[in-house]
Design a protein around this ligand. Structure first.
Ligand SMILES: Cc1cc2nc3c(=O)[nH]c(=O)nc-3n(C[C@H](O)[C@H](O)[C@H](O)COP(=O)(O)OP(=O)(O)OC[C@H]3O[C@@H](n4cnc5c(N)ncnc54)[C@H](O)[C@@H]3O)c2cc1C
Length: 304
């Protein structure tokens, strides 16, 4: 199928894009990398009267990384560019780990990470990462700029809290915290497919034992919700995956994270994946925290 008739706009600046969008809202849609929107248009699951292609706006793909402020990436930063950014990988390693799971290299070369986040797909990795890490999205319209905190961005599946005349200009995620590790993993039918279930975890460790543990789920649970497993995992060994607390946490997640059946998997199977991945990813995040503490200790000669 082909998209329904529409007027195509190609602004050369963010101000021009905002003006066009203000004129045509709510009948306008922003086009970034097109890796989600073009298929939706082609299948006529979306039929905007106006398409505002921001892809030709110059200098709109910057990435900046600082150990104080975190990582900020602009609206045209592709998944591939962010994945390859050495500073971003150092300041917030979860970004690169998650981006490697997003689709295939060809899609990562065109798709934007900001676009993926505001597209708000519960099966996508980067909304789950933003929800876990916190941070914010900066948006612009002719009314000015505002920031939306991560916890207030997702209104529901495929629904963000951006107004119809707003453009997301950048996303900022905080830096990795000392003593805190992160990990992400998922089960997909084929590498690059959307996950049947995925888990991202942030675990704080002190003296080899878990202090706090937070998880977000991909293709499972309430979209955008952070599940706090700190009470269950407090004291769990960051060195021994056989510590029974990891199994207790896995069972708690299986019982509390809701799953649904669809053509790809039954709800029961997804719940089993939630349990298996919660233990596995949580422990991997705890080990990441231990590695971080060892690195810091080596750099400071044991003085923290
Ligand atoms: C075969 C295939 C497999 C894929 N697999 C995965 C996967 O495993 N995991 C995954 O996370 N993603 C996957 N994707 C989606 C991919 O990551 C997209 O790149 C991403 O979801 C959207 O980014 P985009 O730049 O292409 O956005 P577009 O397709 O251009 O836009 C998507 C939506 O976001 C809006 N939007 C985009 N940018 C802005 C902005 N700056 N301001 C306001 N609104 C904006 C658009 O209006 C539209 O509604 C897959 C895509 C394909 C085609």
């Amino acid at each position: 199928m082909k998209p329904s008739p529409l007027t195509y706009h190609r602004p050369r600046s963010i101000d021009e894009a905002c003006e066009i969008l203000a004129r045509v809202a709510p009948e306008g849609k922003v086009l970034a990398g097109g890796q989600s929107l073009i298929p939706l248009l082609s299948m006529r699951l979306a039929a905007p009267a106006h398409l505002v292609d921001i892809g030709s706006i110059p200098r709109f793909d910057t990435v900046s990384a600082s150990s104080e402020l975190g990582v900020t990436f602009d609206a045209l930063t592709t998944h591939a560019d962010l994945e390859a950014h050495a500073g971003a990988a150092q300041v917030q390693p979860l970004l690169g780990r998650a981006l490697r799971l997003v689709a295939h290299p060809t899609i990562r070369n065109r798709g934007t990470t900001v676009g993926s986040i505001v597209h708000a797909d519960p099966s996508a990795e980067m909304p789950a990462v933003l929800a876990l890490l916190g941070g914010s999205v900066t948006v612009r319209s002719i009314r000015g700029a505002r920031q939306i905190r991560a916890g207030e961005l997702f209104a529901g599946p495929l629904e963000s809290t951006l107004e119809t005349d707003e453009i997301a200009t950048s996303v900022t995620v905080p830096p990795a915290r000392p003593g805190t590790g992160t990990a992400i993993d998922e089960i997909a039918r084929r590498h690059g497919d959307y996950a049947l279930v995925g888990v991202a975890a942030q675990v704080e460790v002190d003296d080899g034992a878990v202090v706090s543990a937070r998880m977000t789920y991909i293709s499972a649970g309430e979209f955008g919700r952070v599940v706090d497993l700190g009470d269950t995992l407090r004291g769990a060994s960051a060195h021994d995956a056989r510590d029974p607390l990891w199994q207790t946490a896995a069972e708690e997640a299986r019982d509390s994270v809701e799953t649904e059946s669809d053509i790809h998997a039954t709800a029961r199977y997804r719940s089993q994946l939630v349990a298996a991945l919660t233990g596995r990813v949580g422990f991997a995040a705890a080990q990441d925290a231990v590695r971080d503490a060892t690195r810091v200790s080596a750099q400071t000669g044991g003085q923290r």
